[in-house]
Design a protein around this ligand. Structure first.
Ligand SMILES: Nc1ncnc2c1ncn2[C@@H]1O[C@H](COP(=O)(O)OP(=O)(O)OP(=O)(O)O)[C@@H](O)[C@H]1O
Ligand SMILES: [Mg+2]
Length: 237
């Protein structure tokens, strides 16, 4: 049987006494790009924070590469090969682009460095002329590219991207879409949280629609494309 890279079952999460995830179910197989789609406040970021241990869930199961990571510390989850790029796109502002990348360099679980600086610059040519610029001086789109590239320097087996297109100009959004699509061709596995369905439909292979802290629909991108009811009900289109 095909073992999932990530299997999330019945995940619940709270902020204080307020419950925001009510049993999220999600699986990702190697090489897939699963779009986690949902409106404002649906629970996309909380799901990612719970998976990556940044804001641990209160109950449920999270299995990554066959190991339970539920309740593990965030640094252990990161070291085991799960990279989370949060929606705030924070770089190390005083450090150059290249230093931001080098800080994050680590091998994968087998000790291999698939991503080198040279490989990163080939994949993200827009970063080449910026390599000596401080992270804090980059535009929003440039910062987004840098934080994705920085995550890859850790050679993760799964990449969680939280709304990479949010608030960016259409031309930059296209560049980020091209970059994510390129990563998939190299065999990356990605969970992509987005409100922007159109951004995802050209990139993702599968979708999970989240609403009010529950996954209410899963399918392939093609199945969602044909499902006007789900799109109208949960995605404001
Ligand atoms: N730190 C927090 N403390 C209290 N409530 C929070 C906190 N963060 C998020 N929430 C609430 O949890 C719910 C889910 O929020 P979450 O950020 O996961 O949604 P989202 O799908 O990522 O939305 P968006 O598309 O706006 O980023 C929302 O009702 C939100 O108000
Ligand atoms: Mg969010």
């Amino acid at each position: 049987m095909n073992q999932s890279i990530l299997a999330v079952h019945d995940l619940e999460a709270h902020y204080g006494i307020s419950q925001v995830l009510f049993g999220v179910d999600l699986t990702i197989e190697k090489g897939q790009c699963v779009a986690l789609l949902g409106r404002n406040g649906a629970g996309k970021s909380t799901t990612m924070k719970a998976i990556s241990g940044i804001h641990p869930g209160t109950s449920g199961r999270v299995v990554f590469n066959g190991q339970s990571i539920f309740k593990d510390k965030a640094y252990r989850i990161a070291r085991s090969g799960l990279a989370f790029v949060p929606e705030d796109r924070q770089t190390f502002p005083e450090h150059t682009v290249e230093e931001n990348l080098l800080i994050a360099a680590k091998p994968d679980s087998s000790g291999t460095y698939k991503w080198s600086l040279e490989h990163i610059y080939r994949t993200f040519p827009l970063l080449v002329p910026l390599r000596h610029r401080q992270g804090g001086l980059l535009s929003g789109g440039e910062q987004q590219l840098l934080v994705i590239a920085r995550a890859l320097m850790g050679n993760p087996s799964l990449l969680l991207l939280d709304e990479p297109s949010e608030g960016l100009a259409p031309v930059i959004v296209q560049q980020i879409a091209r970059c994510v699509a390129g990563l998939l061709k190299t065999g990356a596995t990605i969970l992509l949280a987005e409100q922007n369905m159109h951004f995802c439909l050209h990139i993702a292979t599968h979708v999970a629609v989240i609403d009010k802290g529950r996954v209410v629909y899963t399918g392939t991108v093609e199945e969602l494309r044909r499902n006007d009811d789900i799109k109208k009900r949960y995605l404001s289109v």
